[in-house]
Structure formats: structure tokens, C-alpha cells
Design a protein around this ligand. Structure first.
Ligand SMILES: CCCCCCCCCC/C=C\CCCCCCCCCC(=O)SCCNC(=O)CCNC(=O)[C@H](O)C(C)(C)COP(=O)(O)OP(=O)(O)OC[C@H]1O[C@@H](n2cnc3c(N)ncnc32)[C@H](O)[C@@H]1OP(=O)(O)O
Ligand SMILES: Cc1cc2nc3c(=O)[nH]c(=O)nc-3n(C[C@H](O)[C@H](O)[C@H](O)COP(=O)(O)OP(=O)(O)OC[C@H]3O[C@@H](n4cnc5c(N)ncnc54)[C@H](O)[C@@H]3O)c2cc1C
Length: 664
């Protein structure tokens, strides 16, 4: 990150009030994690074998080809370097493929996790070594043309043939074509296929099967399998999301993943302890994408927009006093600082989600499944809440860069389109909120019966005070309590509405649909509360770990800003039933303004602390050295249109037309 830095940006760095290294450690989790991240990031970034030229100026086919080449090179390097730990692998990979999908992403993030979570020990010993050494490369093929959300509605069938001890995989209709699986279109040779298990004429619902889909010799589709790419999308150009049709494809019985449920050779079906264990890979990915998609993408966009806002000068505050940095406009701070605070909040809640995921998962491995519903409810709510707000925040960052934010030179469009499908894949967000609400409503009924609720839903056990205790000197404790109260009331209100409809004679499924607006609001409020509380807990942990006061100070300001902004944006909720008085609302507003003002000197330090390398941001606007204007023209000149002064279409179309016109 050496070189002459734009003086405007240097001035920002010269006045940072906190110890940046300690903050970076807090973001990573521990100093050891920072060290590890730097080590694997540098291994990737300093390797001259990786061409980090961005894909901006390539066609879709070229992008795909470049991604495959880079993926294979990366896999070879991983083998040479002996990187095996999943976190190290993830860091290494995300610095070679920043905000991009590798050609084997689904293999790493879903195919292998599914083998680990769904295959029996015997099956794991057969498939995992092959998968880990890439002798086979797989994807996760669940979604079909007709159904993504409603897994029970999948139409692909796996019919057991006891005579041959095989399953017959078949796509009976046009809508049963697998559609969307990543890396299916061109790259993979195996797939975990979710299909309706049919034994002796009985349908036991969706189950996972491992199916070879392409030849390991020449990559042609296996007999009975039709394959292709689904065509251009909103983004994800280098990713070959694919389609797949089966025509009575036979696989051995052992290819059904049988950790949780089994089919014996004679066709006897042994069911799982909980049929939803089959959905485990989705819970895993929902848990990790809170950090890897939502938090990090927003943090990157905030970095770009805040650095650029300290370089960009425009208009006037005081007439005649010259053009200020746009960061000095209070309105610009009001747009960008909440996004910065949200990125921090999501990083902290992701650390908590990761701990919960791994702790519940090891319980599940021991056969204890009591906490599965909470894990599902919490991961659903947080997946939806964080991806929703991350994409809203990224767009705010983009607009805050004015016109240049619309250009790929800002780097924001690439980050945005890579994160955007996070609101849809792995469970469409409204559907995820409703899943969380389903769990919350159950919890209300359990609390009414006097049951003690676990972890993140324990707040439903205790009625909050009817009035907030927020004072002029707003503090984190009162803010957390305000969010708890809002979540408590909205969850109870949704539950009350549901009960009322049912008491009035409505069938429970109709009542559910009727109350969906209240249910989604309840789940959002729950997600918001969990995030604010996670921020407060993080501050407590850092304080207990003797992190420097300067860091606690700036993070406390950020935490408050996040919570205050959320109250201002949702003041109707907080002010209903007079929980928050008009005077308290003015304390919130003043606290928000105070936080903006106080954070201004540290804005660049707070984004620098994320330590996103320039190669990751791939942004002219967000460069570490702030040399924006010096590099814009050079960047634009890379475009194919600038390779010649006069484009061939001039000779083909414009010139003849103009000649013709001049004769008239
Ligand atoms: C430190 C660790 C390092 C590790 C590094 C690893 C590196 C990984 C890095 C990853 C980085 C980034 C990741 C991003 C890239 C990944 C790319 C991903 C691409 C996307 C892939 C996909 O999209 S795959 C397809 C996903 N599809 C879905 O998600 C479908 C959504 N639908 C559903 O989940 C369900 O059908 C439903 C939730 C909608 C429920 O349907 P339905 O109404 O029919 O209900 P059911 O009858 O099915 O359910 C009834 C009861 O079951 C409960 N339930 C439902 N789901 C679950 C679950 N998953 N777990 C537990 N319980 C569940 C439900 O609540 C009901 O309960 P009751 O009320 O008690 O009856
Ligand atoms: C980039 C990308 C990558 C993907 N990768 C994969 C992959 O690798 N493997 C794979 O199997 N799939 C993959 N998918 C598919 C993805 O998982 C599904 O698109 C997703 O689960 C949503 O399902 P759907 O498309 O059927 O949406 P739909 O369910 O059709 O949603 C349409 C609308 O209906 C609403 N809706 C649906 N059901 C309900 C309900 N019960 N209550 C209220 N509203 C409802 C939704 O909220 C939404 O507004 C990918 C998708 C994308 C975009």
C-alpha cells in the first residue's frame, strides 16, 4: 500500500484517534486471526502467477474461460502450499477471486459440506477423498424450473428398483428440469441431486443423491443426462449456472446419502431423527453468508464511498470558501456512516452466528437435535435481514459516489451484483422471514406455558417495561432494551393476530397467509434486535479483554449510530403505545447527529481498519492512495471501444447514412 497518497486522504489518516491495529483485531476476532488473514491474503496477492486484471472488459465466454484457468491454477497452488484448513482456504480463495465465483464454488461451499453433513461414514470414506482432491467436481442441484422455495414440491424422482438395487433418477416434466445450480452449466462432473424418494410406490419426500453427470474422460454428459448453461444474468457472468434433465438415469443404491435416513437393499426405509436434517447444507450456507456476502460486501462498498468522499470536492458550504470534501456535508455523513456502522454490526453478529452454528452442529453430530429449530429460526432471520440491508446499503454507497458510482471504475457494481442474489438464493428472504416467524410464534406459545426459551429467543420470556428509559445521554443498554421491547411487541402482535383469526374460525393455514405482513415485521424486528444486541455484547467482550479505550470509544459510537439510525428509520414501531415519547425521540435524533459529527474525523480510519487490498476492491474511486483522477483515464482506455479511433460501424453504417443524407 506504499506510494504517494493524495494529500486530502493523507490528512484524514493523520488525525485518526484510535489504535487501528487493535480495531482490525476486533474485526477479525483475535490478533491471531488477523495474522492468519494477512498471511493467506498476501500469499494470494503477491503471487505473480495470478493475473488480477479485472473481468470488466471481457465477454461472458472470456470471463468464464479466465475464471476456469485461474481456478485450476489456484487449486494446484493450494496443493503445493499445503493449505487445508477451511478458513485459510476461504481467505486464500477470496483474494484470488475477490467478489467473484470460482468455477468450483459450489463444489467447495455446498457439494463437500453436503457430503460431510449428509453422507454416512462409509460413504464419506468413499466420496470425500475424491472430492477433496478434485478427482470429482460437484455441484448442489436442488432448485428446478418450477420450484425453488417449496422443496416438497420438487418433481425430480428417485425410484428404487429392488431387483437391481438401483435408483432411477428421472425428470418427468418440463418444470422438473434442474435450473440454477452454480457451476453446473459447464464445469462440474457430479451433482448432489435432491429428488423425491419413491420406494415400493410410496413417496418419502426429497432426499439427496450423488449422481455422475459428465464423463471423467471427455466431459460429455453421461447417457440420459441433458445439460447446459441457463444464459446471461443480472451479474455472476463468469459463473455457469446450469440446467439439467434426467431420462431414467440409474445409480447404485449406495449413492443415496444415508447419514440421516436409509433405504435398505430390500427397500425398507429407515427414517431420520428429524426429516429437516436433510436441509442442513442450506443452514450452513445461510450462516456463513451473513459475513462472507452481506457484511464484507457492504464493508467494501463503504470503504470505496468513504475514501472517495474524502477526495471528491464539490460545491460550497461557506460561500466563496472553496469546495469542501463531500464527506464534510452532514447529509453525506448521514448516508454513509450508517452503512459503515451496519457493516461493523453485521460482522459482529456473524461472529456470533458462526459460534452458534458450530456449537449446535456438534450437538447434532452427537445425536442431540433440540437446538435445531433455534438454529433454523435464527439463521433464517439473520440471512434475510443482513442480505436485505446490505444491498440497500450498497446502493446508498453507490449513489454517494455520484455519477462515477455508476461506472465499473468505482468497483461498486461488481460487488453489488455479486452480493445481490444473496437475497434470493439459499432461501428467498420473505420466505426466510416467515420461517423465522413460524419459530417465534411457537416460542410465544411455549413462553405462555412457562417454558424457558433458549439463547436468542429468551427475550420472549420476560415482558419489557412499558416505557423506554432512554435519556438525553443515550447508552447502549437502553438501546438494546428498546429493540428487545419492539421485537417482543411485534412478535406478540403477530401471534395475537394469528390466534384471533383462528378463533374467528379461519383455518390455520389461511390465517398464516392472512397475517403474513405482521409475521414478516416480527421476524425483521427479531433480526434487528439480535444484531443490536450482538454489537453490545461485542463491546462488552472487548472491554473485558482490555482492548484500548480509544477503540472501545469509537466502536461504541458506531454501535450507537447503528441503533439510533434504526430507530429513526422505524420510529413508528418504537413510538407505538408511547413506548418512546416525543422527547425521547428528540434524544435519539440529537444522539444520531452527535455520532455523525464525532465519527467524522475517524471515518477513513474506520474503513482502513477492514484492510481491503486494492486488488480486492478493484476500484479507481476507492484506491488506498486516493489517486482517483490520475487513474480514471487510464482505466477507461482499457475498453475495447478505445482500441481504435474510428469504430468499424462508422464505415458500415454512419458514413453511408450521412453521405446519403447529404445528397437529399
Ligand atoms: C469458519 C468456517 C469456515 C468455513 C469456510 C467454508 C467456506 C464457505 C464460504 C462460503 C462463502 C460464501 C457462500 C456464498 C456462495 C455460495 C453460493 C450459494 C449458491 C446458492 C445455492 C442455493 O441456492 S441452493 C438451494 C437453496 N434453496 C433453498 O434455500 C430453498 C428454500 N426453502 C426451504 O428451505 C424450505 O422448503 C422451507 C424453509 C421454505 C420450508 O418449506 P415448507 O413450508 O414446505 O416446510 P417444511 O414442511 O419443509 O418444514 C416444516 C418444518 O420444518 C422446519 N424447517 C424447515 N427448514 C428447516 C431447516 N433447514 N432446518 C430445520 N428445520 C427446518 C420448519 O420450520 C417447520 O418446522 P415446524 O414449524 O416445527 O413444523
Ligand atoms: C445466483 C443464483 C445462484 C443459485 N444457485 C443455486 C444452486 O447452486 N443450487 C440450487 O439448487 N439453486 C440455486 N439457486 C436457486 C435459488 O435457491 C432459488 O432461486 C431460491 O431458493 C428461490 O426460489 P424460487 O426461485 O423458486 O423463488 P420463488 O419461490 O418462485 O419466489 C418468487 C416470489 O414468491 C414468493 N414466495 C414463494 N413462496 C412463498 C411463501 N411460502 N410465502 C410467501 N411468499 C412466497 C417469494 O417471496 C418471491 O417473492 C440459485 C439462484 C440464484 C439467483
Amino acid at each position: 500500500m506504499a506510494g504517494t497518497v493524495n494529500p486530502d486522504l493523507q490528512a484524514e489518516r493523520d488525525r485518526i484517534s484510535f489504535e487501528q491495529e487493535a480495531l482490525t483485531n476486533a474485526i477479525d476476532g483475535t490478533p491471531e486471526k488477523t495474522e492468519k488473514r494477512r498471511k493467506y491474503a498476501n500469499l494470494a496477492l503477491n503471487d505473480p502467477d495470478f493475473d488480477m486484471t479485472s473481468y470488466n472488459f471481457l465477454s461472458r465466454s472470456e470471463k468464464y474461460g479466465a475464471a476456469v484457468e485461474k481456478t485450476v491454477k489456484m487449486i494446484k497452488k493450494i496443493g503445493k502450499l499445503g493449505i487445508t484448513d477451511p478458513t485459510d482456504l476461504y481467505i486464500y480463495r477470496s483474494h484470488i477471486f475477490p467478489n467473484e465465483s470460482t468455477s468450483f464454488t459450489l463444489h467447495a461451499d455446498m457439494f463437500i459440506p453436503t457430503l460431510m453433513g449428509q453422507a454416512s461414514p462409509k460413504q464419506q470414506s468413499k466420496w470425500l477423498p475424491k472430492a477433496l482432491t478434485l478427482q470429482i467436481i460437484g455441484t448442489y442441484a436442488q432448485t428446478e424450473l418450477g420450484h425453488g422455495t417449496f422443496i416438497r414440491g420438487l418433481e425430480t424422482t428417485a425410484t428404487y428398483d429392488e431387483k437391481t438395487e438401483e435408483f432411477v433418477i428421472h425428470s418427468p416434466t418440463r418444470t422438473s428440469l434442474k435450473w440454477w445450480p452454480g457451476n453446473l452449466g459447464k464445469s462440474t462432473n457430479h451433482a448432489i441431486v435432491m429428488a423425491q424418494l419413491i420406494v415400493k410406490g410410496q413417496n418419502y419426500g426429497p432426499h439427496p443423491f450423488i449422481v455422475q453427470i459428465r464423463s471423467l474422460e471427455n466431459h460429455m454428459p453421461q447417457p440420459g443426462v441433458t445439460l447446459g448453461d441457463i444464459g446471461p444474468k443480472f451479474g455472476y457472468d463468469a459463473n455457469d449456472n446450469g440446467f439439467m434433465q434426467f431420462d431414467h438415469v440409474r445409480i447404485p443404491r449406495e449413492n443415496m446419502l444415508m447419514k440421516h435416513s436409509r433405504v435398505e437393499p430390500d427397500g425398507t426405509y429407515i427414517k431420520a431423527k428429524n426429516s429437516k436434517l436433510t436441509y442442513g447444507t442450506m443452514v450452513f450456507v445461510r450462516s456463513v453468508l451473513i459475513r462472507d456476502v452481506a457484511a464484507l460486501s457492504l464493508a467494501q462498498c463503504a470503504t470505496i464511498a468513504i475514501r472517495y468522499s474524502c477526495v471528491r470536492r464539490q460545491s460550497e458550504i461557506k460561500p466563496g470558501a472553496g469546495e469542501p470534501k463531500v464527506m464534510d456535508y452532514r447529509a453525506q455523513q448521514a448516508k454513509l456512516f450508517p452503512q459503515l456502522a451496519t457493516a461493523y454490526a453485521f460482522l459482529f453478529v456473524a461472529q456470533e452466528m458462526e459460534n452458534i452454528y458450530f456449537s449446535v452442529n456438534s450437538e447434532i453430530d452427537r445425536g442431540e437435535i433440540d437446538r435445531l429449530p433455534e438454529l433454523h429460526g435464527l439463521s433464517s432471520a439473520l440471512k434475510a435481514f443482513t442480505t436485505d440491508w446490505a444491498v440497500v446499503g450498497m446502493e446508498i454507497c453507490r449513489r454517494s459516489c455520484g455519477g462515477h458510482g455508476f461506472s465499473h471504475c468505482s468497483g461498486i457494481p461488481k460487488i453489488y451484483v455479486n452480493a445481490l442474489p444473496g437475497v434470493t438464493y439459499e432461501g428467498e428472504n420473505t420466505v426466510m422471514y416467515l420461517q423465522a416467524a413460524r419459530y417465534l410464534v411457537k416460542c410465544v406459545n411455549m413462553a405462555k406455558r412457562g417454558d424457558q426459551l433458549p439463547g436468542s429467543v429468551a427475550f420472549l420470556n420476560k415482558k419489557p417495561a412499558p416505557k423506554s428509559s432512554i435519556t438525553e445521554d443515550v447508552n447502549m443498554v437502553d438501546l438494546v432494551e428498546a429493540y428487545r421491547a419492539r421485537a417482543y411487541y411485534l412478535v406478540h402482535m403477530a401471534s395475537f393476530e394469528l390466534d384471533r383469526e383462528i378463533k374467528n374460525g379461519m383455518a390455520s393455514y389461511d390465517a398464516w397467509n392472512e397475517c403474513a405482513v405482521a409475521l414478516v415485521m416480527a421476524a425483521k424486528a427479531y433480526g434487528h434486535y439480535v444484531v443490536v444486541e450482538a454489537f453490545a455484547k461485542k463491546l462488552e467482550t472487548l472491554t473485558n479483554n482490555q482492548v484500548p479505550a480509544s477503540v472501545i470509544g469509537v466502536l461504541t459510537l458506531l454501535g450507537k449510530l447503528y441503533a439510533l439510525h434504526g430507530i429513526l428509520e422505524n420510529s413508528g414501531d418504537f413510538m407505538s403505545e408511547n413506548y418512546l415519547s416525543k422527547q425521547q425521540k428528540s434524544f435519539i435524533y440529537n444522539g444520531f447527529l452527535y455520532a455523525l459529527k464525532s465519527l467524522r474525523p475517524d471515518a477513513v480510519g474506520l474503513v482502513d481498519a477492514f484492510e481491503f487490498p486494492d486488488k480486492v476492491l478493484d476500484s479507481v474511486l476507492g484506491r488506498y492512495d486516493g489517486r482517483v483522477y490520475e487513474n480514471m483515464l487510464e482505466w477507461a482506455m482499457k475498453d475495447e471501444l478505445n482500441k481504435t479511433q474510428v469504430h468499424e460501424s462508422y464505415f458500415k453504417h454512419i458514413r453511408p447514412f450521412v453521405k446519403q443524407a447529404s445528397k437529399l
